[in-house]
Design a binder for this molecule. Sequence first.
Ligand SMILES: [Zn+2]
Length: 355
Amino acid sequence: MEHRNSTSLTSPLPLREAGALRNLGTVSHEFFHAYNTERIRAQGLEPFDFQRVNMSDALWFGEGFTQYYGELILRRAGYYDDEQFFEKVSSWVNARLNSPGARFTSPVEMSRQAAFTDAAVSIDPTNRNNTYLSYYVQGAGLALVLDLQLRQRYHTSLDKYMQAMWQEFGKPQTPALAPTKAYTVADLQRVLGTVAKDTAFAGSFFRRYIYGHEAPRFGENLATMGLAVVPVKALAAALPRQVEFDEEGRCILVRNTTIGSGLYKAGIDRGDQIMTLDGEKIDNMETLEGIMRKHTPADLVPVRVRNRAGQERAVQVVLTEDTNVQVQGMESVEKMTATAAQKEQRAAWLASAAK
Ligand SMILES: [Zn+2]
């Protein structure tokens, strides 16, 4: 948990090998909170009330920008290589582009749902998959796009923006180190206009992406760093990723199906059992993967399904391909090259500024 001068963490993960890096991810994020959220403080969180919900419009900044820096710092400090960092970038892009809810709901509105998602009740089964997108990943994606735009168009950076926020809102403190001035979303926009020296840009960014729900332009902004957004397009993995086999070998959907997917359109949802697919009994992962490999996207296959209430029915399901993308350096993509200028920009972005 984050504090103003420290962070204290309890983790069941080991401190060596793969576990160490995941622990470091938590350390990096939580320790950054000593700066962003504890010192640079949102007005909605003050004064903090342990009896009621403190509703905030700015968790896409408090949590999301912290998420972005938590990962970027690990790259800058050399704990991640480029590929590991781009995997995180890909996950933010995918989360936003695949979220049905984010097409209709702004980051400000997602932030207001915190009490239902970032709290004890968040483990309840709901249809939030289709209506909600976490302000952690959504905010990280916004921080990414904003950082790239500030670098490309204004020859400044998100680092400079955070420093400007620190000067105005973090630095003035009471003797007990509490912030004397909390920020609002309007303040976040104003400071962006000052740092970019372009208030029209700040206004348009907030109108479209913070108060509005336009999708950030990941592709064109990542391209300025010589990074390509490559569709995964794999069919084989799409369905197996959503199911688990219980001890009796029943193939059960463990995630909500997403609006637009073939399963969703066929009325199949979380908790349902896929009994047969394409005429074959499905009782293990190998069989399922084997059938998927024989097909191409848009194939129509017969499915026998038993729903949560125990009713069986036969439906036709259109197989949809994986809609995820992968962010990678243009130099490693066929028929693409990153220019020297793009590579230089990328190196400056990912390099540590510590002397
Ligand atoms: Zn956090």
